[in-house]
Ligand binder design. Sequence first.
Ligand code: GLU
Length: 466
Amino acid sequence: MNHTKTRFAPSPTGLLHLGNARTALFSALFGEHFLLRIEDTDQERSRSEFVTQLLDDMRWMGLAWDEGPQSAKASADYFQSQRGEIYARFYDQLERDGLAYPCFCTVTELEVSRKVQLSSGQPPRYSGKCGRLNPEDIERRLQKGLQATLRFRVPRNETAEFNDLVRGPQKFNTDDIGDFIIRRADNSPAFFFCNAIDDSLMGVSHVVRGEDHLSNTPRQLLILRALGLAAPEYAHISLVLGDDGAPLSKRNGSRSLSQLREEGYFPLALLNMLSRVGHHYENEGLMGLDDLKRHFNVGHLGKSPSRFDIAHLQHWQEEVVRVADDETLWGWLHKETRALVPKQKQALFIDIVRTNCVFPGQADEWARILFADELMPATGIIDVARQAGEPFFLAAMDAAIAANGDFNAFMTRLKATSGAKGKALFMPLRAALSGRTDGPELAKLYLALEPSLLRKRLAEYAGVAG
Ligand code: GLU
């Protein structure tokens, strides 16, 4: 394959959520060269905080861009709000060539025309009225101070085609597209226009974007052709649906990246999940970003909408936690959790976390259970311990003292003195020592607890003061 240059072109009007993070990821995985462009032409809705957050989120995901804001190349070039002069040149070119014209139609006129077309069963499109004005008419209106939009003159009755890398051959008739606005009355550029021009000027070879943009592509190709600019190839990726089949939204599982980050998700878990939503890898195991990129295949992108399932994200999260190194896990824990863990128990605790936790909050619970005097027994747990009877716990206290920190010695002695074995031996101990019946192996619980705390917890059920 030739050199691929892809881009992600978000509008900074909100936080990155799972849907657009996936578009960013697919673009980054596909391109040998990856560009980030901020489409901030909507002055009212674009906010600099969103740009900052977006760059942060991209970095957190590990999606580095070769060109874009805060890259080695001049940054202002990658903000559309700073590219007005460039767009102005192209508007002039189109007007000079008679391929764009000012339109003075008012909102009401357009609305009436739309209703008339709809009521006669025609799809609504601009009638072309202002396209028939002669230069004097135009001049007169401008003199009067009338506001004009700029419309692109769509060629009549032509068939145009392009091949979408996901959706296959696309064919359209230009008569189905009315002359459309490329510059608004307030002089701001329309999305179709600057988006297409920038892709071409920035040398983007492949546009990976959401399927909701598929119907924009014909117009964009017409603009590029009229300007004599090269067009990229397009890959319109399927939309992401929530687990209920409706478009992904807050209600059915979508979250912003910053929320996921706060919840303690690892970026690699997110990347492994997202890169498999509507795309498949032969390898079903956890992969690093380099491998996700190496094995990404645009031919493996599915056409049908794909569902996002939070259980998949949790699966990958678990995979990442299980193989994370000590330092990573330690850094991942909440500060308050780290403060609870005595230095000499750190390695043991990280091991407990790796095999038992998926989120830092769970690790925090275990740190409180093991190192703070905080038992949080769920209902029924106390009974599990009590059933063993006081003599069992008296024997356990005695065994703990004799074993002096040696778990095997403790168990051997307790078995011998109490006669308990199997579940009847383990469960009451677990319940008494941790207030839970699930969690780390008993040996690890035993070793994590300070001897005095261990004795105290056994004494609770032995009918003696600890
Ligand atoms: N700024 C557009 C958006 O966020 C970009 C669409 C595209 O990728 O071409 O939807």
